[in-house]
Design a protein around this ligand. Structure first.
Ligand code: NAD
Length: 388
């Protein structure tokens, strides 16, 4: 068996109703917390009241930064940092989807270090130190896996660049995964975040850095997405579907934290950096069909196994054939969950695709894909993701 490392320091509290434990959990990490969320909207009012009440009952002084935006920017992180400093926060809670959890992680670094979070990206010489504030997450989407990763994705609008802090010190100390919080997620966000779960699981399964441990989790996450995402999209109040998607999200997050992602995420990050109106899951879904067709011959055994998870009749076919069939199985799945797009649908101009291909090579993820693409090939994949 190949050698591997596996690290997961986040204490996971999984189950319905567990958000009620937040006050007691935070009290073990600090006394003055910054709560980080998107601006309050009706579905969130009761949840935020409940969280604040639990914190106050545990004697925690709360400041609430409620200005997170999807694809959070360096400006948003700096605004949150100012509030963390003026409140003298000693712990940060990220409550929401990946955008809120990542903003919380980036604030935990920026509030305790010189410069901005952008100075601590994964490839810089300067890295977060032990001064980083402890982060606690409560995820409300399924999801980005951010509740169990050492990653904070941030966009720098001036540089039109979406990149990441990546450091063990930003693993959340504790993470509450309470599926009850997800029943209000609207259909399209359920589909888009749910597809991100598939992408994490699939890319960590394909990833050259994967291990028997991450394979175990990623294959199970893929099985759960294939079986339960369509139902979670169809009926958001189906608690079983929501619970199993929350579990799939957590497994896929644990898997990427150790194995990483590959080419689709490299391109998806470039799309998010250049076209912030495009949701993260949409940025992945638009390029997946072309990337699958480009890749399946390089990993027929893994593609065939995944095809079988979506359609058990595939097990009767030779791997090469099942692998090829998976490309159309995925196209049908994307249609079923309302995530079948071309670049025209997402308002990404065709004439900008060469520059987008160049930006897709900035992050190193594509190097761990089973077939390593060059600039021309990525450009070609992007052109194939257009309607005409
Ligand atoms: P998000 O956090 O941007 O939220 C999307 C929308 O969903 C928001 O408008 C929010 O208000 C709404 N929403 C969230 N929870 C809800 C609920 N329970 N009920 C109703 N509405 C709700 O979306 P996301 O997809 O979770 O996060 C995307 C971000 O995460 C991107 O920036 C992406 O790059 C990043 N990401 C991070 C990691 C990581 O490991 N850190 C991994 C993948 C993606």
């Amino acid at each position: 068996m190949k050698e591997f490392n596996y690290c997961q320091p986040t204490d996971i509290k999984f189950g319905q109703g567990r958000v009620g434990e937040i006050g007691q959990i935070v009290s073990e990490w600090g006394k003055r917390c910054l709560l980080v969320t998107v601006p309050i909207f009706p579905d969130f009012e009761a949840l935020i009241r409940k969280v604040k009440q639990s914190l106050e009952e545990s004697g925690i002084a709360v400041a609430h930064f409620d200005e997170v935006i999807p694809n959070p920017t360096t400006e948003v992180v700096s605004d949150g940092t100012r509030m963390a400093r003026s409140h003298n926060a000693d712990v940060v809670i990220g409550l929401g989807g990946g955008s809120s959890m990542d903003t919380a992680k980036a604030i935990a670094v920026e509030a305790t270090h010189e410069g901005t979070c952008w100075d601590y990206l994964f490839f810089r010489d300067t890295q977060p130190t032990e001064k980083t504030l402890p982060v606690i997450t409560i995820t409300t989407t399924s999801g980005t896996g951010s509740q169990v990763t050492q990653v904070a994705v941030v966009t720098n609008p001036a540089e039109k660049n979406k990149s990441a802090l990546y450091h063990p010190l930003i693993f959340p100390k504790v993470s509450i995964v309470d599926p009850e919080l997800m029943v209000t997620v609207p259909k399209h966000i359920t589909a888009s975040t749910g597809f991100d779960v598939f992408a994490h699981a699939f890319e960590s399964y394909l990833n050259l850095n994967g291990s028997p441990y991450t394979d175990l989790m990623s294959v199970e996450a893929i099985r759960l997405v294939a079986a339960h995402l369509p139902q979670a999209v169809k009926n958001g109040e189906d608690k079983e579907a929501r619970t199993l998607m929350a579990w799939a999200d957590t497994l896929a997050g644990l898997s990427i934290a150790n194995a990483g992602v590959t080419l689709p995420h490299g391109i998806g990050m470039a799309i998010g950096g250049n076209y912030p109106h495009v949701k993260h899951g949409e940025a992945l879904a638009v390029v997946y069909p072309a990337i699958l067709r480009y890749t399946y011959r390089a990993a027929p055994g893994k593609f065939a196994r995944v095809a079988n998870l979506f359609n058990p009749s595939m097990k009767n076919l030779p791997d090469e054939e099942a692998a090829a069939r998976f490309c159309s199985i995925m196209e049908d799945f994307l249609k079923e969950i309302g995530m079948s797009f071309c670049f025209e649908d997402l308002k990404v101009p065709k004439e900008e695709l060469r520059a987008l291909a160049e930006a897709s090579l900035i992050l190193p993820d594509y190097q761990n894909h089973p077939r390593v693409a060059n600039l021309d090939e990525i450009h070609e994949l992007l052109l194939k993701s257009c309607r005409i």
